[in-house]
Design a protein around this ligand. Structure first.
Ligand code: RFL
Ligand code: PHB
Length: 392
């Protein structure tokens, strides 16, 4: 049995848990990070790719932005493609110069892990947390099981950064939390391919046959997505079928064919919107996907998670170093304001870009898209939300 004592026990080494650990360490707050997967697994997990303007600046300010600035791709616009035509939303022109950075989530995770381990910190990999106790008492206790030992951690606070359907929300009586949820009648099939992107900017495409997204990770790696029925499985999608469908949905008369190459990773993800509130229950603080999920169409999930941590780290530092609990008391309300704005934006992008079986709905979607590309007001709202929702 490993018996530990710390100020903050952090469950989960995703972007949220790792950034929290880093910020607390910078302020001298002792913390332990527990992760059920191996280091290799979390460093290879392919997910998000777009980092907002204010979040990228914040990461740089707190010493995590070096490689992101060097290797991340700075974009000044995105393209919306519908009715076989392409329209550019000039993000920077509409937001007084703001940009987005395209940088893989797993690269940020690697940077955060290297920083922590590089200056003597530790992460308990391969330890699955099974129970949280004492959340309304004087001390919380986290219990888990590693490959060899049982682990028990006594702490002042537990940060539930364990992603969706994690142990953190399960440890709180259902009556203490409210869950708001919406599911969508499609999933995303995502691939990572060894192929130079044929586009410089991201392309969100609404095609009669379904949604498609062209993104990238580097000058030689493309990241592409197709909207597919929620019942589809990977076995139904051969490489040939994936490329053919991407070409149908993403190619127009003026735009070249999609560059093809070996597919290095593929997955199908269901689309959901979820908010679980409040984000604090006694000594448990929820952050990131543990308390809210957005469909990926707005590229907000990781940004929201990192935005929560910015608020949470300051609140924990104020409480643990100065005994000032005001920020911690306000944590849930402060975050939920921004979380609901991101839910609204992600829902708007999702519903506008995925064609429906309902003809009336399709008419509304196309009117929204036309409005987004022909009126400065609508384009500005889209650009501000896309580039820097956490900073608004
Ligand atoms: P994570 O990354 O899920 O990390 C949670 C960690 O907790 C661990 N864990 C446990 N550890 C110990 N004991 C237990 N009992 C545990 N239970 C779980 C897990 O192993 C894991 O390591 O949550 P976090 O940190 O809140 O970060 C959230 C983001 O990962 C997520 O919001 C984004 O990936 C969403 N997302 C996107 N977000 C963006 O901002 N921009 C994007 O472009 C974007 N694209 C995407 C996305 C998510 C996608 N998928 C696959 C859902 C594209 C896709 C396809
Ligand atoms: C990605 O590059 O993985 C990506 C980009 C934009 C999104 C979602 C995912 O909206």
């Amino acid at each position: 049995m490993k018996d530990l004592r710390t100020q903050v026990a952090i469950v989960g080494a995703g972007p949220a848990g790792l950034l929290l650990g880093h910020l607390l360490r910078q302020h001298g707050v002792d913390n332990v990070i527990v992760e059920r997967r191996s280091r290799e697994y979390v460093e290879q997990r392919v997910r998000a790719g777009v980092i907002e303007f204010g979040i990228a600046n914040f990461l740089e300010e707190v010493g995590v932005g070096q490689r992101l600035r060097r290797e991340g791709l700075t974009h000044h616009g995105v393209e919306l493609r519908f009715d076989h035509q392409t329209h550019r939303v000039a993000l920077s022109d509409l937001t007084e110069g703001k940009t987005i950075t395209v940088y893989g989530q797993q690269e940020l995770v690697k940077d955060l892990i290297a920083l922590r381990l590089g200056d003597g910190g530790e992460i308990l990999f391969d330890v699955e947390v099974s129970e949280l106790d004492g959340l309304s008492g004087p001390q919380a206790v986290v219990r888990g099981k590693g490959l060899e030992d049982e682990v028990r951690i006594e702490c002042d606070y537990v940060a539930g950064c364990d992603g969706s359907f994690g142990v953190a929300t399960r440890s709180v009586p259902a009556s203490a939390l409210r869950r708001h949820e919406r599911t969508y009648p499609f999933s995303w099939l995502g691939i990572l391919a060894q192929a130079a992107p044929t586009t410089e900017e991201l392309i969100y495409a609404r095609h009669e046959r379904g949604f498609a997204l062209y993104s990238m990770r580097s000058p030689s790696v493309s990241r592409l997505y197709l909207g597919v029925p929620p019942t589809d499985t990977l076995e139904m999608w051969s490489d040939d079928r994936i490329w053919e469908e991407l070409n149908v949905r993403l190619t127009t008369e003026e735009s070249p064919k999609v560059n093809e190459g070996p597919i290095m990773e593929r997955s199908i993800t269901a689309m959901r919107s979820v908010v679980i509130e409040p984000m604090r229950c006694g000594r448990l603080l929820l952050a990131g996907d543990a308390s809210h999920i957005v469909p990926p169409t707005g590229a907000k999930g990781m940004n929201l998670a990192l935005g929560d941590i910015r608020v949470l780290a300051s609140a924990l530092v104020a409480q643990l170093l100065e005994g000032d609990e005001r920020l911690l008391d306000a944590y849930s309300a402060t975050c939920l304001e921004r979380v609901w704005r991101a839910e609204e934006f992600s829902n708007y992008m999702t519903q506008m870009l995925h064609p429906s079986d309902d003809d009336f709905e399709n008419g509304v979607q196309r009117a929204r898209l036309r409005q987004a590309v022909t009126t400065r007001e609508a384009a500005t709202v889209l650009a501000r939300n896309y580039c820097d929702l956490n900073g608004l």
